[in-house]
Ligand binder design. Structure first.
Ligand SMILES: Nc1nc2c(c(=O)[nH]1)N[C@H]1C(S)=C(S)[C@@H](COP(=O)(O)OP(=O)(O)OC[C@H]3O[C@@H](n4cnc5c(=O)[nH]c(N)nc54)[C@H](O)[C@@H]3O)O[C@H]1N2
Ligand SMILES: Nc1nc2c(c(=O)[nH]1)N[C@H]1C(S)=C(S)[C@@H](COP(=O)(O)OP(=O)(O)OC[C@H]3O[C@@H](n4cnc5c(=O)[nH]c(N)nc54)[C@H](O)[C@@H]3O)O[C@H]1N2
Ligand code: SF4
Ligand SMILES: [Mo]
Length: 888
């Protein structure tokens, strides 16, 4: 997938926090060519399935192209005036705390800096929070407690150098695939390297793990306080490091008691062998990195989990040295940049503290601002509660989709609907949030926008445009600056480009710093447009006139008052009791090929093939107890609501717990927004919601009829209790479930196919088996096929979607579409595993049965897994399953 690159633009992938460098170019026919940037130090040319499919997501269909006020297209000047007026009026009538911004780690640093400057320095409220509250807030709070600053101590090289990598609450294989691949490659080179995975589910990441601990939800605090006690008992504490560089060790150790293996086993759901296996590895192996993600942060005790991890790293001195440290991996492309500019309601720009009057004074002097917020603002969950109860009169949402992704999503959506003035800046025309905005502002999208992002390892990289801005779209920084100017702050928001904002941000990081604050990129303070355009990826800190290596905490050097790293006393947690009416634990998260609310990945046929509908993963034992079979539709309900999703039975899932992905919204399914079920329980320190441990019950949804359709055009309406829609090549695929026997299936087919009454429908009806099938053609082209059955429709999805790509000249070819199964000469690919080359599970299984015993061999035979490599773990799973089958 490489291409001649002389005119390619070097930019950064807009998805995850790995921050891969990308080379992209727009061809004369408008198509986009793209490959990994071999020179970018985060990925050295690699890309995952999502990064590789970026060209499929940059089309203009569905884009928000013009400003709209109350549904009417407006000129920018009018729309910006409406926003400034709306906010100014609310502030005049109800004070600065009656307005709020809700931002996102998908904004660029420059956008984020300005939003924060406008709210905290000029409006004078700290009611600006971001989706990073749902993502990184516990890590931030934990870092501050331990280090006195929000410093991430590790780099990707540390992961490669480590002899032991502990992955906690991270599905790295799917969520940070390129880091996963870097670790997998390091392990292949040094097979003695050990990997431990701590996750209630046996995810694809377990593929590289030497030890998987299927911990009970939120058992982590007990596991890690137990580790601290064990290290003490086994003389594995680095006494001299503890003495010279830390404080609080004694109290932390005391709080960890009692820490008998029996007790830890009871609290974690693990057995003594599993515990000792892990504790023993950690005791023996010095060079250890603990990488953690949302299984840690998104918890009622998320901050405690973070500190329990940092505690054992401090106690063993395994921090600030190559191959060692606690590593909070970031989710969004610019989660880190958002923290740097003080995007959270309780922080100030450049890693300064809102609650420190000296810091407030300094920032105000630097900004020459008329005022500065003097108390922390509302954190995301509280912020939307304040919207709900009418305290917030004007709300501006930028680059995030809270109606889908905040807990108690139905209440959040209602609050947005009821808010007197809502502005949404987005790149798409219709999301579950955008649909309620009074003012819709079209933002420039990835590929069009220009600025910087900071990845998980504190590396700042440029995003550069290679596409023109379509319609009236404008970059977020420009939109914010124009509103700032119209609110009366002309001078403070007069910028000619993102380069000027970045230089100001860099200057603030160095302003009166003198080494007292971790975040210092003073070396960039004097950057001009040329320097900004040429900026190479670099790691902070990078103070002025320094040759800093970008390393932190070498020999201590923490940012606490004493300069010591602080161990925090944490007691092993007590299990939360669940309501007997909702006996199952709901765990939520991500899949390999979708991104959040799917506004981008949902446009890609390639990415939509891997998992094409919302699902619940459940253990076969739980399924049997509830009379649920594979592919049944399941109702998952909590005290807050209910959703309908497809059953996926797997022993990767522990009994008693189910997993539902966060991705499906009202745009893609009838009723699958999982945050509808998640209660607004938050960590008391960080305010981060506990998105991974809700109490639910499951039951089989009794469908009288199931349907599956492939369609050349997106249907206008879908009327079924259950539906889910996904892109496929040259069309759409739809899953259906009906609670009531409908009358007229033929009519339904016509509506779905958008076929006029006179158009011929090919039909097949088997009343005994309850099967009905319809197809319609335009010339030799299939326009729609609908398969209905009394049970989940047994038609190969990949085969059926392929029919949209074929011509069907002969009548028998058309009848084959109705027959709904591949002809003898066309093998069925099965569910698509390798999205880059469209290789299905059946093809891989056949290759495995035919003698391909390794992922490499399958790659040679089918190309599968040879581009981005994101599917390699799944290919290995199929090879292993084939081996087991052969052995039986
Ligand atoms: N494909 C894809 N990649 C993404 C994203 C995406 O949407 N799609 N989003 C990006 C973003 S913003 C983020 S924040 C990251 C998130 O990346 P991850 O945190 O890796 O992803 P999640 O699937 O949210 O959750 C990780 C794991 O936590 C486990 N877990 C749940 N409860 C517990 C627990 O109590 N203890 C432990 N130890 N583990 C638990 C879950 O079973 C799950 O496998 O991914 C980023 N990358
Ligand atoms: N149950 C549950 N809930 C979760 C999570 C979970 O694991 N479980 N994870 C949480 C986490 S970690 C996160 S990060 C959040 C993510 O949740 P969200 O941020 O709400 O999800 P996205 O779909 O990424 O929303 C981004 C929006 O910004 C728009 N957009 C994209 N680029 C731009 C741009 O350049 N400018 C503007 N103005 N708009 C743009 C997109 O079209 C989209 O509408 O979800 C959280 N919610
Ligand atoms: S790992 Fe994939 S999604 Fe993440 S930055 Fe790299 S290419 Fe993008
Ligand atoms: Mo996130």
């Amino acid at each position: 997938m490489s291409f001649e690159e002389p005119q390619a633009i070097r930019t950064t992938c807009p998805y995850c926090g790995v921050g891969c460098g990308v080379r992209a170019r727009r061809e004369s026919d408008g198509s986009v060519q793209l490959s990994g940037d071999p020179e970018h130090p985060s990925n050295f040319g690699r890309l995952c399935s999502k990064g590789s499919a970026l060209p499929e997501t940059v089309g203009l269909a569905g884009r928000l192209l013009y400003p709209k006020v109350d549904g009417r297209r407006m000129a920018w000047d009018d729309a910006l005036g409406a926003v400034a007026d709306g906010f100014t009026r609310a502030i005049e009538e109800h004070g600065p705390d009656s307005v709020a911004f809700y931002c996102s780690g998908q904004l660029l640093t420059e956008d984020y800096y300005l939003a924060n400057k406008l709210m905290k320095g000029f409006i004078g409220s700290a009611n600006i929070d971001t989706n990073s509250r749902l993502c990184m807030a516990s890590a931030v709070a934990g870092h501050k407690r331990a280090f006195g600053a929000d410093t991430v101590p590790c780099t990707y090289e540390d992961l490669e150098e480590a002899d032991l990598v502990v992955l906690v609450g991270s599905n790295l294989a799917w969520c940070h695939p390129v880091i996963y691949q870097r670790i997998a490659a390091a392990k292949e080179k040094r097979p003695e390297m050990k990997i431990v995975l701590i996750d209630p589910r046996r995810t694809m990441t377990a593929d590289i793990a030497d030890l998987h601990l299927p911990i009970r939800a939120d058992g982590d605090v007990a596991l890690f306080t137990g580790l601290l006690a064990w290290l003490d008992e086994h003389d594995a504490i680095d006494r001299s490091y503890v003495e010279n560089h830390t404080e609080g060790f004694g109290d932390a150790l005391k709080a960890a008691q009692p820490a008998s293996l029996e007790r830890i086993a009871m609290l974690t759901g693990l057995n003594a062998e599993q515990l000792t296996a892990f504790y023993d590895l950690f005791t023996r192996i010095q060079k250890t990195v603990t990488l953690f993600s949302q299984g840690v942060n998104q918890s009622q005790r998320g901050t405690d989990k973070v500190n329990a991890i940092i505690n054992y790293h401090l106690a063993t001195g395994r921090i600030g040295r190559p191959g060692m440290g606690p590593f909070s991996i970031t989710g969004q492309p610019n989660a880190m940049g958002g923290r740097e500019v003080g995007g959270l309601a309780n922080t100030l720009a450049a890693h300064m503290e809102l609650e420190d009057s000296g810091h407030r004074d300094r920032v105000q002097r630097f900004w020459h601002s008329p005022r500065i917020a003097d108390k922390p603002g509302l954190k995301a969950v509280e912020l939307f509660q304040a919207v709900a109860d009418g305290r917030i009169k004007a709300l501006w949402i930028m680059a995030t989709n809270p109606a889908d992704t905040l807990p108690e999503a139905d209440l959040v959506e209602q609050a947005i609907k009821d808010c007197p003035f809502v502005v949404v800046s987005d790149v798409v025309n219709e999301t579950d949030t955008v649909r309620h905005a009074h003012v819709k502002l079209p933002a420039a999208a990835w590929g069009e926008k220009d600025g910087t992002v900071t990845n998980s390892e504190r590396r700042i990289s440029r995003q550069r445009p290679f596409l023109p801005m379509p319609g009236d779209a404008q970059p977020d920084w420009w939109i914010i600056a124009e509103v700032g100017k119209r609110m009366g702050f002309e001078d403070a928001f007069a910028y000619d480009g993102p380069d000027e904002i970045f230089a100001e941000h860099a200057a603030l990081s160095a302003f009166e710093n003198e080494g007292t604050r971790d975040f210092d990129i003073g070396a960039c303070a004097g950057l001009d447009r040329g320097g900004y355009d040429a900026l190479q990826p670099f790691q902070w800190p990078r103070p002025k006139e320094s040759t800093s290596s970008g390393q932190v905490f070498v020999d201590g050097g923490f940012f606490t008052q004493s300069g010591r790293g602080r161990l925090v006393p944490i007691s092993p947690s007590v299990r939360r009791e669940h309501d007997p009416a909702f006996p199952m634990t709901l765990n939520t998260g991500r899949v390999r090929d979708h991104w959040h609310s799917m506004t981008r990945t949902g446009r890609s046929p390639r990415l939509s093939q891997h998992l094409a509908e919302p699902f619940v993963e459940l253990n076969p034992r739980d399924a049997a107890r509830h009379g649920i079979a594979n592919a049944d539709i399941v109702r998952v309900s909590s005290g807050d609501g209910a959703i309908l999703v497809r059953a996926l039975l797997t022993d990767r899932q522990s009994p008693g717990s189910v997993f539902v992905p966060m991705h499906w919204t009202d745009q893609f399914a009838s009723n699958a927004r999982v945050d509808r079920l998640v209660p607004a329980v938050t960590d008391p320190l960080s305010g981060q919601p506990a998105s991974k441990n809700a109490a639910v019950r499951i039951e089989r949804f009794v469908a009288t009829t199931y349907g599956f359709a492939v369609l050349a055009h997106k249907p206008r309406n879908l009327n079924a209790e259950y539906w889910a829609i996904a892109r496929c090549d040259e069309g759409w695929r739809v899953e259906l479930g009906f609670a009531y026997p409908s009358g007229d299936w033929r009519q339904l087919a016509r509506e779905l196919f958008d076929a006029p009454a006179e158009a011929e429908l090919l039909a097949y009806e088997d009343h005994h088996g309850g099967q009905q099938r319809f197809a319609s053609f335009k010339g030799s082209q299939l326009t729609g096929a609908l398969y209905l059955a009394a049970e989940p429709v047994p038609v190969s999805r990949s085969w059926a979607t392929d029919q949209l790509l074929r011509t069907h000249e002969e009548r028998h070819a058309r009848l084959a579409v109705i027959a709904g199964r591949p002809g003898g000469d066309v093998p069925d690919r099965g569910a698509i595993v390798c999205t880059c080359f469209g290789v299905g599970a059946n093809e891989i299984a056949r290759a495995a049965a035919g003698g391909c015993a390794t992922v490499e061999a399958v790659g040679e035979a089918l190309q599968a897994g040879t581009n981005c490599g994101s599917c390699r773990a799944e290919i290995k799973g199929i090879i292993d399953a084939n081996r087991l089958q052969a052995a039986e």
